[in-house]
Design a protein around this ligand. Structure first.
Ligand SMILES: C[S@@+](CC[C@H](N)C(=O)[O-])C[C@H]1O[C@@H](n2cnc3c(N)ncnc32)[C@H](O)[C@@H]1O
Length: 243
């Protein structure tokens, strides 16, 4: 853990991002609930339903942090791997949920074999990855043909007036709330800036398609504060190399 609080810059250098999350790990879940005004359990349920996994299937929860996004799968008896590159977040997660399989790994170079998961999901993590398109391609590589991807990420409210109010809320109030409750308030200025700079729903859908995902669709939640994107890994064409 660093002695000086770290706030990652918007170029998202992996070492800065990992250190920043190490720094906020101990109060991460509390801050999440505070800043989303208690919406996270509902958002997680929507993601779980979109993944549609059943016992016997293997799910990768990427950028899993403290594993809160992995819990619904473990609770449903689904084999879930919680992967993240912040050792601080993983440590808090393992302490809280020793039954979950936590793995240290970088989304841009996943430590898993090709075609090894029935579904891959990432909640509020892709925005923090230095090269999100590379991560989407890695997610495709480790998913079995016919398997699913589900990406939950902060997005762009569709109503212009609501969007203005919301941006005002995150830019002005995230840092104020964080100053009261977080171990690293600066990290929440990064959070607000990174949400504002993130592509909208349609552009993210194009990124998924560009990485090779098919049947890409998305659903807005809370007027587009969050969007949940889905896709399917195409099965190899008849006669093609099975890889
Ligand atoms: C906002 S947290 C989300 C945690 C969890 N998925 C949730 O919904 O609460 C974002 C996570 O992304 C992780 N992360 C960012 N870039 C990463 C990368 N390249 N590889 C793995 N994890 C990464 C951070 O370490 C952090 O734990």
């Amino acid at each position: 853990m660093s002695s000086q609080p770290i706030r990652a810059s918007l170029d998202k250098r992996p070492d800065e991002v990992a250190t920043m999350f190490d720094d906020v790990a101990s109060r991460y879940d509390l801050m999440n609930d505070l800043m989303t005004l208690g919406q996270t359990p509902r958002w997680r349920r929507i993601v779980f339903d979109a993944v549609g996994a059943v016992p016997g299937q293997r799910v990768l929860d990427l950028a899993a942090g403290t594993g809160t996004s992995s819990e619904p799968y473990a609770d449903a008896g689904i084999d879930v791997v919680a992967c993240d590159f912040s050792l601080g977040m993983l440590k808090v997660g393992k302490r809280r949920r020793p039954d979950i399989d936590f793995v240290a790994g970088d989304a841009m170079n996943l430590p898993f074999a090709d075609d090894s998961f029935d579904a891959v999901t990432i909640s509020y993590g892709l925005r923090n990855v230095n090269d999100p398109k590379k991560a989407l391609a890695e997610m495709l590589r480790v998913t079995k043909p016919g398997g699913r991807v589900v990406v939950a990420e902060f997005s762009r409210p569709t109503n212009r007036l609501f969007r203005q109010v919301y941006l005002e809320y995150i830019m002005r109030w995230f840092p104020v709330l964080a100053a009261k409750a977080s171990s690293n308030p600066d990290a929440y200025t990064y959070l607000a800036e990174s949400i504002r700079a993130w592509p909208d729903q349609n552009e993210l859908a194009h990124w998924l398609q560009g990485a090779g995902w098919s049947e890409v669709k998305y659903r807005n939640i809370n007027g587009g504060i969050v969007a949940v994107h889905r896709g399917v890994k195409p099965a190899p064409a008849d006669g093609a190399d099975a890889r």
